[in-house]
Design a binder for this molecule. Sequence first.
Ligand code: HEC
Length: 417
Amino acid sequence: MKKPLLVAVLILVASGAWPDTGVAQATANDSPSWVGDVAPVMALKCMNCHRPGQIAPMSLLTYEDVRPWASSIRMMVEERIMPPWHADPRYGEFGNDRRLSDAQVQTVLDWVDAGAPRGEGQFTPPEFANATDGFLLTGVLGPPDYVFRMEDGFLVPAGGPDLNLDIMVPTRLDQDIWVQAAEVRGNFNVVHHNVVSIIGPDGEYARTGRLASTVPGKQWDRFPNGSGKLIEAGSTLRFGMHYHPSNEATVDTSSVAVWLVRDQITHELHSSVVADPGLQIPPYESDYLSQGEFVFETDAAITLFKPHMHYRGTDMLYRVTYPDGRTETLLSVPNYDMNWQISYEFAEPVPVPRGTKLEVIAHFDNSPENPWNPDPSVQVLWGSDSRDEMMEGWFDYQVELEEPILPDHVRGTPQVP
Ligand code: HEC
């Protein structure tokens, strides 16, 4: 089909009969354009963070926004620094994987190399880019069902030491709700982190415990279909705030948005950790090994992993050994970066029959070659200060309930506004 057409074109060109517009068309098609090729990729992979009010330093919504950054974008994309994602692609399939495909990387490189042309026509940023509530998940799931906000702003004074305090936020819920996803936001000029816990109507720390949290680089908490976190009617949320004052006095009014489950609950969620609190990293040691393990006592399915170390952490690997002796690597993070606390959410929960062993294997670099190392000359022990170390392989898993639960709000009971 194609061949005869090509011959015809060649003849036309050779005879000088190619119309001007046709030639322009042909070159435009060779190199990618912002409108036709690059913007759609950025809508999927960049705009969630690179838009006004989000964590990234600049917006990448429009051609005018993007053009001045073209060469920086080229470098970041080629080196795969952006979008941030540190899992070795050989292992695991993750629902929140934001890597670009090789073809998408090539498109961006070709586009910059061609002078970053705009191209004809218009590109309309996706709906979520206009969301004014500031929640990233609005871009994925639509507007939240509830937003629970601190009732009064908290004035964070200028300068001074970090502040840790609990702020109680009543939910005023008069029915139980089951949460599928939650996202914590605040004034990120001063909020270093915020761990939101559920205090039940009896005033006790609820069995669900932690609802969601924000730490630098984290986006949201999302629970797999068929599971969720219960907030009972009359519960209060405890915002465990850690403020890092800026140069100016600043008000923070943190909030947590929740999206409700849309189906029955068939699984209970658990969060656990493999840690090595006994670690002792000698001075100048460049490849210190730290490891730990966990054995599943019931049939379960792993839903996410979240590696946590500090400045000297270099890599972390999660490996399971099934009861039949088979071994499988489920996540490898070969270049850990403490600035990004990424949760790796499995596209499908990974079944682990009772008796499966989970091993977490990590390395630390306390040598002067590690550019982040605050002091290679000291022995490093466990501690929450970033100059100390932590080896924590967090993981969530789900266990099937004996009886499924059908939440009232799924049954169609009217919701509280
Ligand atoms: C998860 C959120 C997130 C995503 C997704 C993301 N970025 Fe970023 N980006 C950031 C943050 C935060 C920074 C600032 C990093 C820093 O200061 O270390 C940044 C920095 C950058 C920079 C460097 C800016 C400078 O100051 O030099 C470029 C270029 C960039 N991003 C391009 C992209 C592109 C292109 C994509 C999509 C292919 C993308 N980013 C996806 C959060 C994100």
